[in-house]
Design a protein around this ligand. Structure first.
Ligand code: PBG
Length: 330
């Protein structure tokens, strides 16, 4: 870029001097339209449980879920994402609870669509909330099987669509699943159900607090590195995204957020497709704890979200979504 002019004719601080002026020249803005709120659901009645690893986030029993969805709807959050805390006794090696039409996610989708038909509902497609080993797919010896897992995921996706889910979000990182799921959705007359592919999902240490929140700690020694992306790579993310677009993804997700801003930017530059980002549990808990301990002021939350907008993200999944929405709409 060529720099035009120089000091003292040019003083970049002039535009920064007043609040009104800063508003006029702002290159990016965060609005409530950019926010996706994750909601944890759990079994039982009348429960709003705090989560030790994620201060300020809660698990809701199905009868209490409207409590939080109404709030999201009131401030204008467009989409909520459901994550289930499945009791251990319902877990097995194949994650068959994922196909139970009365599982937590199915109940939540139905309930939300009935009470708040105008808010979008998204659900993950992956087996980790339902497997006793905590992996996103079916395990055989030391391998998470790809094609066998995709078969189950496809059934899971169709079931969620039948419940009224608007956005199906495969977060499993199996190869080829977007295309197979798209085909199955179309065949079952769900042509308008959207697919948000977690296209570039890294094998990240920042997921720790989430695994505690949904109780999906891995029990086997096999690392998720054999299917989630290696954090040394970024070009590979472009290949993942290219394939998922070809297979029919409506939007793609990059995950985690803050340590992967370069990936968001290069995906946005290379593909003209809506890019979403997931500010994951570890990012959330770090910031939340630092605020609690008076290390940061709350404004750090908006600063972190704005970095996603600068990088080119269209929407942000964040556990801060409600707090932020309240702040920016007031
Ligand atoms: C699993 C899934 C994970 C998250 C969302 N879906 C964790 C994992 O892959 O182990 C993490 C979200 C977060 O950390 O906030 N399919």
């Amino acid at each position: 870029m060529k720099i035009l002019g120089k000091y003292p004719n040019v003083r970049l601080r002039r535009n920064r001097k007043y609040d009104w002026s800063r508003k006029l020249v702002a290159e990016n803005n965060l609005t409530v339209n950019d926010l996706i709120l994750p909601i944890f659901v759990t079994e039982g009645k009348n429960k709003i449980e705090s989560i030790k690893s994620m201060p300020g986030a809660y698990r809701y029993s199905i009868d209490k879920i409207n409590h939080i969805v109404n709030k999201a709807s009131k401030v204008g959050i467009p989409l909520v994402a459901i994550f289930p805390h499945t009791p251990n006794k319902k877990k097995n090696s194949l994650g068959t609870e994922s196909l139970n039409e009365n599982n937590l996610v199915c109940q939540a989708i139905k309930k939300i669509k009935k009470n708040n038909p105008n808010i979008g509902v998204m659900a993950d497609v992956a087996l980790d909330p339902y497997t006793n080993h905590g992996h996103d797919g079916v395990l055989k010896k030391k391998e998470v099987l790809n094609d066998e897992t995709v078969e189950i995921l496809t059934k899971q996706a169709v079931l969620q669509a039948e419940m009224g889910c608007d956005v199906i979000a495969p977060s499993d990182m199996m190869d080829g699943r977007v295309g197979v799921i798209r085909k199955a959705l179309d065949k079952n007359n769900f042509k308008n159900v959207q697919i948000l592919s977690y296209a570039a999902k890294y094998a990240s240490n920042f997921y720790g607090p989430f695994r505690n929140a949904i109780g999906s700690k891995q029990k086997s020694k096999i690392n998720k590195k054999s299917y989630q992306m290696d954090f040394r790579n970024s070009e590979e993310a472009l290949r993942e995204v290219a394939l998922d677009i070809k297979e029919g993804a409506d939007f793609v997700m990059i995950k985690p957020g803050l340590p992967y801003l370069d990936v968001i930017k290069s995906v946005k530059e290379n593909f003209k497709i809506p890019v979403f980002v997931y500010q994951v549990s570890g990012e959330y808990s770090m910031i939340r704890n630092a605020i609690k301990n008076n290390i940061f002021k709350e404004d750090v939350i908006i600063e972190s979200l704005m970095s996603f907008k600068r990088s080119g993200a269209s929407a942000i999944v964040s556990y801060f979504a409600l707090d932020v929405a309240k702040k920016i709409t007031n």
